[in-house]
Design a protein around this ligand. Structure first.
Ligand SMILES: [Zn+2]
Length: 246
Protein backbone atom coordinates (compact mmCIF):
# COMPACT_ATOMS: atom_id res chain seq x y z
CA UNK A 1 0.00 0.00 0.00
CA UNK A 2 2.74 2.47 0.92
CA UNK A 3 4.53 1.67 -2.34
CA UNK A 4 1.38 2.66 -4.23
CA UNK A 5 1.25 6.08 -2.55
CA UNK A 6 4.94 6.70 -3.09
CA UNK A 7 4.66 5.79 -6.78
CA UNK A 8 1.86 8.22 -7.51
CA UNK A 9 4.09 11.22 -6.90
CA UNK A 10 7.14 10.11 -8.81
CA UNK A 11 5.71 9.80 -12.32
CA UNK A 12 2.50 11.52 -13.42
CA UNK A 13 3.03 11.17 -17.15
CA UNK A 14 2.04 7.48 -17.33
CA UNK A 15 -0.92 5.76 -15.69
CA UNK A 16 0.43 3.28 -13.19
CA UNK A 17 -0.67 -0.32 -13.69
CA UNK A 18 -1.39 -1.87 -10.26
CA UNK A 19 0.55 -5.00 -9.37
CA UNK A 20 -1.37 -8.21 -10.04
CA UNK A 21 -1.41 -9.05 -6.33
CA UNK A 22 -2.80 -5.75 -5.03
CA UNK A 23 -6.11 -7.38 -4.05
CA UNK A 24 -6.86 -9.84 -1.31
CA UNK A 25 -7.48 -13.31 -2.70
CA UNK A 26 -11.29 -13.08 -2.53
CA UNK A 27 -11.69 -16.80 -3.21
CA UNK A 28 -9.74 -17.41 -0.04
CA UNK A 29 -7.05 -19.47 -1.77
CA UNK A 30 -5.77 -22.41 0.27
CA UNK A 31 -6.15 -20.72 3.68
CA UNK A 32 -9.92 -20.81 3.82
CA UNK A 33 -10.46 -24.55 3.05
CA UNK A 34 -7.47 -25.46 5.23
CA UNK A 35 -8.78 -23.57 8.24
CA UNK A 36 -12.35 -24.76 7.79
CA UNK A 37 -11.16 -28.35 7.48
CA UNK A 38 -9.22 -27.98 10.73
CA UNK A 39 -12.20 -26.35 12.49
CA UNK A 40 -14.41 -29.15 11.28
CA UNK A 41 -12.02 -31.74 12.71
CA UNK A 42 -11.64 -29.89 15.98
CA UNK A 43 -15.34 -29.27 16.60
CA UNK A 44 -16.61 -32.68 15.52
CA UNK A 45 -13.95 -34.70 17.30
CA UNK A 46 -13.92 -32.63 20.48
CA UNK A 47 -17.72 -32.78 20.64
CA UNK A 48 -17.61 -36.55 20.04
CA UNK A 49 -15.12 -36.96 22.89
CA UNK A 50 -17.06 -34.75 25.32
CA UNK A 51 -20.12 -36.84 24.48
CA UNK A 52 -18.49 -40.07 25.62
CA UNK A 53 -16.89 -38.34 28.62
CA UNK A 54 -20.39 -37.06 29.53
CA UNK A 55 -21.55 -40.68 29.39
CA UNK A 56 -18.79 -41.49 31.95
CA UNK A 57 -16.50 -43.47 29.63
CA UNK A 58 -13.03 -44.60 30.76
CA UNK A 59 -10.04 -42.56 29.46
CA UNK A 60 -9.03 -45.52 27.27
CA UNK A 61 -12.47 -45.45 25.63
CA UNK A 62 -12.19 -41.68 25.16
CA UNK A 63 -8.82 -42.09 23.38
CA UNK A 64 -10.18 -44.86 21.17
CA UNK A 65 -13.25 -42.76 20.36
CA UNK A 66 -11.04 -39.75 19.53
CA UNK A 67 -8.79 -41.74 17.21
CA UNK A 68 -11.70 -43.50 15.51
CA UNK A 69 -13.45 -40.14 15.10
CA UNK A 70 -10.30 -38.67 13.58
CA UNK A 71 -9.91 -41.45 11.03
CA UNK A 72 -13.61 -41.71 10.15
CA UNK A 73 -14.00 -37.95 9.80
CA UNK A 74 -10.83 -37.43 7.75
CA UNK A 75 -11.77 -40.22 5.30
CA UNK A 76 -15.30 -38.92 5.03
CA UNK A 77 -14.03 -35.39 4.32
CA UNK A 78 -11.57 -36.66 1.71
CA UNK A 79 -14.20 -38.75 -0.08
CA UNK A 80 -16.74 -35.92 -0.01
CA UNK A 81 -14.23 -33.36 -1.25
CA UNK A 82 -12.95 -35.69 -3.99
CA UNK A 83 -16.47 -36.41 -5.25
CA UNK A 84 -17.50 -32.78 -5.17
CA UNK A 85 -14.43 -31.40 -6.98
CA UNK A 86 -14.31 -34.31 -9.47
CA UNK A 87 -17.96 -33.93 -10.49
CA UNK A 88 -17.58 -30.16 -10.78
CA UNK A 89 -14.49 -30.68 -12.93
CA UNK A 90 -16.22 -33.24 -15.15
CA UNK A 91 -19.08 -30.82 -15.69
CA UNK A 92 -16.66 -28.04 -16.70
CA UNK A 93 -14.71 -30.41 -18.98
CA UNK A 94 -17.93 -31.48 -20.71
CA UNK A 95 -18.84 -27.83 -21.24
CA UNK A 96 -15.35 -27.08 -22.58
CA UNK A 97 -15.66 -29.97 -25.02
CA UNK A 98 -19.03 -28.66 -26.18
CA UNK A 99 -17.49 -25.22 -26.69
CA UNK A 100 -14.53 -26.75 -28.59
CA UNK A 101 -16.94 -28.55 -30.94
CA UNK A 102 -19.03 -25.44 -31.41
CA UNK A 103 -15.92 -23.35 -32.21
CA UNK A 104 -14.97 -25.87 -34.91
CA UNK A 105 -18.49 -26.24 -36.29
CA UNK A 106 -19.56 -22.60 -36.29
CA UNK A 107 -16.52 -20.27 -36.06
CA UNK A 108 -18.36 -17.24 -37.46
CA UNK A 109 -21.28 -17.64 -35.09
CA UNK A 110 -18.89 -18.01 -32.15
CA UNK A 111 -16.98 -14.89 -33.28
CA UNK A 112 -20.21 -12.90 -33.36
CA UNK A 113 -21.20 -14.33 -29.98
CA UNK A 114 -17.89 -13.23 -28.43
CA UNK A 115 -18.17 -9.74 -29.96
CA UNK A 116 -21.71 -9.51 -28.62
CA UNK A 117 -20.44 -10.21 -25.08
CA UNK A 118 -18.13 -7.18 -25.33
CA UNK A 119 -20.91 -5.04 -26.82
CA UNK A 120 -23.05 -6.01 -23.82
CA UNK A 121 -20.25 -4.68 -21.60
CA UNK A 122 -20.36 -1.34 -23.41
CA UNK A 123 -17.75 -1.71 -26.18
CA UNK A 124 -18.59 -0.20 -29.61
CA UNK A 125 -19.81 -2.96 -31.99
CA UNK A 126 -17.01 -2.44 -34.54
CA UNK A 127 -14.28 -2.37 -31.91
CA UNK A 128 -15.84 -5.41 -30.19
CA UNK A 129 -15.76 -7.32 -33.50
CA UNK A 130 -12.12 -6.35 -34.01
CA UNK A 131 -11.15 -7.43 -30.47
CA UNK A 132 -13.03 -10.72 -30.93
CA UNK A 133 -11.29 -11.29 -34.29
CA UNK A 134 -7.81 -10.64 -32.86
CA UNK A 135 -8.47 -12.85 -29.83
CA UNK A 136 -9.68 -15.61 -32.16
CA UNK A 137 -6.46 -15.69 -34.22
CA UNK A 138 -4.74 -18.24 -31.99
CA UNK A 139 -6.68 -21.53 -31.46
CA UNK A 140 -5.49 -21.96 -27.83
CA UNK A 141 -6.34 -18.39 -26.85
CA UNK A 142 -9.68 -18.83 -28.63
CA UNK A 143 -10.90 -21.61 -26.33
CA UNK A 144 -9.44 -19.89 -23.23
CA UNK A 145 -11.25 -16.65 -24.07
CA UNK A 146 -14.58 -18.37 -24.71
CA UNK A 147 -14.19 -20.45 -21.52
CA UNK A 148 -13.50 -17.36 -19.46
CA UNK A 149 -16.24 -15.20 -20.98
CA UNK A 150 -18.97 -17.83 -21.18
CA UNK A 151 -18.18 -20.30 -18.37
CA UNK A 152 -16.09 -18.10 -16.09
CA UNK A 153 -13.29 -20.70 -15.88
CA UNK A 154 -9.63 -20.91 -16.88
CA UNK A 155 -9.20 -24.22 -18.81
CA UNK A 156 -5.51 -24.30 -17.78
CA UNK A 157 -6.32 -23.99 -14.10
CA UNK A 158 -9.11 -26.41 -13.15
CA UNK A 159 -9.15 -27.57 -9.50
CA UNK A 160 -7.63 -31.02 -8.79
CA UNK A 161 -9.87 -33.53 -6.93
CA UNK A 162 -6.82 -35.33 -5.52
CA UNK A 163 -5.26 -32.17 -4.10
CA UNK A 164 -8.62 -31.21 -2.59
CA UNK A 165 -9.04 -34.67 -1.04
CA UNK A 166 -5.53 -34.90 0.40
CA UNK A 167 -5.54 -31.40 1.83
CA UNK A 168 -8.96 -31.74 3.45
CA UNK A 169 -7.92 -35.12 4.89
CA UNK A 170 -4.77 -33.56 6.37
CA UNK A 171 -6.47 -30.45 7.75
CA UNK A 172 -9.34 -32.37 9.31
CA UNK A 173 -6.90 -34.87 10.87
CA UNK A 174 -4.76 -32.07 12.32
CA UNK A 175 -7.77 -30.36 13.90
CA UNK A 176 -9.17 -33.66 15.19
CA UNK A 177 -5.82 -34.66 16.69
CA UNK A 178 -5.67 -31.62 18.99
CA UNK A 179 -8.20 -32.78 21.62
CA UNK A 180 -6.84 -36.37 21.49
CA UNK A 181 -3.23 -35.30 22.16
CA UNK A 182 -3.47 -34.81 25.95
CA UNK A 183 -5.03 -38.28 26.30
CA UNK A 184 -2.29 -39.81 24.18
CA UNK A 185 0.23 -38.14 26.49
CA UNK A 186 -1.39 -39.72 29.54
CA UNK A 187 -4.08 -37.24 30.63
CA UNK A 188 -7.11 -38.86 32.29
CA UNK A 189 -9.32 -35.76 32.65
CA UNK A 190 -11.17 -33.81 29.95
CA UNK A 191 -9.93 -30.33 30.82
CA UNK A 192 -6.48 -30.41 29.10
CA UNK A 193 -8.22 -31.55 25.90
CA UNK A 194 -10.85 -28.84 26.35
CA UNK A 195 -8.18 -26.18 26.86
CA UNK A 196 -6.27 -27.27 23.77
CA UNK A 197 -9.46 -27.45 21.69
CA UNK A 198 -10.51 -23.94 22.77
CA UNK A 199 -7.05 -22.56 21.96
CA UNK A 200 -7.15 -24.27 18.57
CA UNK A 201 -10.63 -22.89 17.82
CA UNK A 202 -9.57 -19.38 18.77
CA UNK A 203 -6.46 -19.71 16.59
CA UNK A 204 -8.48 -20.95 13.59
CA UNK A 205 -11.00 -18.13 14.01
CA UNK A 206 -8.19 -15.59 14.19
CA UNK A 207 -6.61 -17.09 11.03
CA UNK A 208 -9.92 -16.83 9.15
CA UNK A 209 -9.98 -13.12 10.01
CA UNK A 210 -7.10 -12.71 7.56
CA UNK A 211 -9.51 -13.63 4.77
CA UNK A 212 -12.73 -12.04 6.04
CA UNK A 213 -11.42 -8.60 7.09
CA UNK A 214 -13.00 -9.06 10.54
CA UNK A 215 -10.85 -8.31 13.59
CA UNK A 216 -8.88 -11.37 14.67
CA UNK A 217 -10.18 -11.42 18.26
CA UNK A 218 -13.85 -11.17 17.19
CA UNK A 219 -13.39 -13.97 14.69
CA UNK A 220 -11.42 -16.02 17.22
CA UNK A 221 -14.00 -15.60 19.99
CA UNK A 222 -16.88 -16.40 17.65
CA UNK A 223 -15.23 -19.65 16.57
CA UNK A 224 -14.44 -20.52 20.18
CA UNK A 225 -18.02 -19.91 21.37
CA UNK A 226 -19.57 -21.96 18.57
CA UNK A 227 -17.21 -24.88 19.20
CA UNK A 228 -17.71 -24.69 22.97
CA UNK A 229 -21.50 -24.67 22.51
CA UNK A 230 -21.35 -27.77 20.29
CA UNK A 231 -19.19 -29.58 22.86
CA UNK A 232 -21.42 -28.52 25.77
CA UNK A 233 -24.53 -29.86 24.04
CA UNK A 234 -22.95 -33.23 23.21
CA UNK A 235 -21.61 -33.46 26.78
CA UNK A 236 -25.15 -33.07 28.12
CA UNK A 237 -26.48 -35.55 25.59
CA UNK A 238 -23.77 -38.00 26.64
CA UNK A 239 -24.72 -37.50 30.28
CA UNK A 240 -28.43 -38.07 29.54
CA UNK A 241 -27.90 -41.11 27.36
CA UNK A 242 -25.14 -42.48 29.56
CA UNK A 243 -27.46 -42.18 32.56
CA UNK A 244 -30.30 -43.88 30.72
CA UNK A 245 -28.30 -46.86 29.45
CA UNK A 246 -25.78 -47.14 32.31
ZN1 LIG B 1 -18.38 -19.49 -27.46
Amino acid sequence: MSAVIADQHTDNSQPRIPAADHHRDVNGGWLRPAVFGAVDGLVSNFALMTGVVGGAAEPSTVVLTGLAGLAAGAFSMAVGEYTSVASQRELVEAELEAERIELRRNPQGELAELAQLYVAKGVDPELAMEVARQLSADPDTLLAVHAREELGVDPEDLPSPLVAAVSSFGCFALGALLPVLPYLLGATMLWPAALLAMLGLFGCGAAVARVTARTWWFSGLRQLSLGAAAAAVTFLLGRLIGGAIG
